[in-house]
Design a protein around this ligand. Structure first.
Ligand code: ZN
Length: 263
């Protein structure tokens, strides 16, 4: 009898133990969430502002030489695989598509900007910014026709490319026109959009038209949204003329001053 009692007791204890739910470990709430701070951690804002090295960023890949006009260019992995599909489809039609510029981080863009600011490089219309223009804001506005202030370029993101030529005229006749017409018809099928269309009522501000600049929307759409939410003119600093960024309104007019179809 005792034997059966012990068996029942053991079975009872066993069921009790099994039915007891483990006590859940309370997840640690990050400090930022408690304070209802901005959704982007600091690292993401650094990324949006190009303050990183694409050669050791896990989401970036070196563009094979056959797709670019030189070695050493980087792009986000997904953007490159989409580019290759688009480029191969164009090649089947006998159209040549070549990357001339891809990811440019803050330091690289600073080099471009300051060479123009100091007159070491003249602008495409022959202007020497250092000698021909007096006021800081006017110098910046002139460079901003075609070049971004460091920390505000879509090229920081690894989602944007320049193809074939930096002259709109190339895309207005001959093989350039055939390429551009093909892009207008097919690029969207691969996720690509031209952010810098001509100025007009729909696009009153921002860089002048760039028929060579294309953006990979499946990635850049989110980054544009993040820039709109988090990026402020006051964060722009660390290069010649940066003090004019706030007065110009660089984020609203240039970073967000894009073709609405690319938003
Ligand atoms: Zn570009």
């Amino acid at each position: 009898m005792k034997f059966y009692f012990y068996i029942l007791l053991c079975a009872f204890l066993f069921i009790q133990c099994k039915s007891e739910e483990p006590i859940p470990v309370k997840p640690k709430v990050p400090v930022d969430m408690k304070a209802n701070k901005p959704t982007l951690p600091a690292a993401d804002l650094d990324y949006i502002m190009g303050k990183f090295d694409p050669s050791n960023h896990k989401d970036f890949v070196l563009i094979p030489r056959k797709y670019a006009d030189r070695e050493g260019l980087y792009l986000r992995k997904r953007a490159l695989s989409s580019f290759i599909k688009m480029r191969d489809a164009a090649a089947e039609r006998g159209i040549v598509m070549e990357i001339k510029s891809a990811t440019r981080n803050f330091d690289y863009q600073k080099g471009i900007w300051e060479r123009k600011y100091t007159g070491a490089t003249k602008l495409s219309d022959g202007t020497n910014v250092a000698t021909d223009i007096k006021e800081t804001k006017d110098k910046c506005l002139k460079i901003l026709e075609y070049s971004s202030m460091p920390s505000t370029s879509r090229h920081h993101w690894g989602t944007d490319i320049d193809i074939n030529s930096f002259n709109n005229s190339y895309f207005e006749s001959g093989e350039g026109k055939i390429l551009y017409t093909w892009m207008l018809t097919h690029a969207a099928d691969y996720g690509w959009c031209q952010p810098y269309t001509p100025h007009g009522p729909e696009r009153p501000h921002g860089y002048f038209e760039e028929k060579w600049h294309w953006s990979y929307m499946p990635l850049s759409h989110t980054l544009t949204q993040q820039a709109e939410a988090e990026f402020k003119d006051e964060m722009i600093s660390g290069f010649m003329g940066s003090e004019a960024a706030t007065e110009i309104g660089v984020v609203s007019k240039y970073v967000l001053g894009i073709n609405k179809q690319c938003r």
